[in-house]
Design a protein. Structure first.
Length: 314
């Protein structure tokens, strides 16, 4: 049996598979950030106690920079208590007979989409996750690209507006098109929107029912209802994502670019916006720009990638 683990800022998933790579068993938990890293480890212990057999290999996709060689966590930007913690050693204590591999979650998701998802058949694949944060992973000839530890392919931390000596903090891609950033843009726009705006109506209905946050999920239905503001926001998001991906193209020139994470659920309108904007930012020698694809594994991207890491010793 092989075990794949996803450790994120909002959810924890553990899945098992046999040699075929198909998910056989799943444990899913919501993460309580107030309990920190120790709370997540307690949840992992509870899941491990329910396994029908001991796994022979474990792969982990962790939400933050890691030292993949030692299994030590550099930090989590969302959950306290992880910095400097050797997750591989801790898992060895729980599962002495298993081989353990620790990777960044975006790297793992990239591997999942390249091996079992939308990008099968491509040799060089870059995956961008547009979720609570913005991360990236590069697959070269079927293997995760690694730079100097800890971490690599942190596309969300590219500067759109650099900080300056006058004290301006600047603005990164993550601060502009992460799920939280887009949610805030929508909330800030609400007072300016006309009463008949579909986006405004859907968001206000959610707020009245006590659902604050996650406003970006209404962009797709509002777009389908021909809401001009939803269209504008999707085009703006697509343009920023394309600008970030243009750096990837100039540095690595991958065969395929994959959009994943919660914002990718906007679907074809977002993919089309990125695809339309990308050539403007890519030098003509590199035209046509790489194909832009929507991730298809959804919530399973990291667990399936973690299984791949464990199985192949990537």
């Amino acid at each position: 049996m092989i075990l794949g683990i996803e450790i994120g800022g909002t959810k924890l998933q553990l899945v098992t598979s046999d040699e075929t790579g198909q998910i056989k068993q799943r444990f899913r938990y919501s993460v309580d950030s107030s309990l920190g890293a120790s709370g997540i480890r307690t949840q992992i212990e509870a899941a491990l106690a329910q396994l029908s057999e001991q796994p022979k290999a474990v792969g982990v996709g962790f939400g933050g920079p890691v030292d993949w060689q030692s299994g030590r966590i550099a930090t989590s930007h969302q959950i306290g208590g992880w910095a400097g913690f050797n997750l591989a050693d801790w898992l060895h204590e729980q599962l002495p007979a298993a081989s353990i591999r620790i990777e960044n979650d975006a790297n793992v998701a990239a591997l999942g989409e390249a091996k079992r998802g939308v990008a099968t058949g491509f040799s060089n694949v870059f995956y961008i996750t547009l979720g609570s944060g913005v991360g990236g992973g590069m697959i070269q000839n079927g293997r995760i690209y690694h730079g100097t530890t800890p971490g690599e392919a942190e596309i969300g931390h590219l500067w759109l507006i650099p900080p300056d000596e006058a004290g301006s903090p600047g603005q990164t891609i993550e601060q502009t098109v992460s799920g939280w950033a887009v949610d805030k843009q929508i909330r800030d726009l609400l007072p300016q929107l006309p009463a008949d705006s579909v986006l405004k109506t859907r968001v206000q209905e959610a707020h009245l029912s006590g659902q604050t946050g996650g406003e970006a999920r209404f962009l797709h239905p509002a777009y389908e209802a021909s809401d001009p503001v939803a269209r504008m926001l999707i085009e703006q998001i697509g343009s920023v994502v394309a600008l970030g991906l243009s750096h990837v193209v100039h540095l690595f020139h991958p065969d395929a670019l994959v959009l994943g994470g919660g914002l990718s659920l906007i679907g074809e309108p977002l993919r089309a916006a990125v695809r339309q904007a990308l050539p403007r930012f890519v030098m003509k020698t590199f035209h046509p720009a790489p194909i832009v694809l929507l991730a298809k594994l959804g919530e399973d991207a990291v667990p399936i990638g973690a299984l791949q890491v464990a199985q192949a010793g990537n």
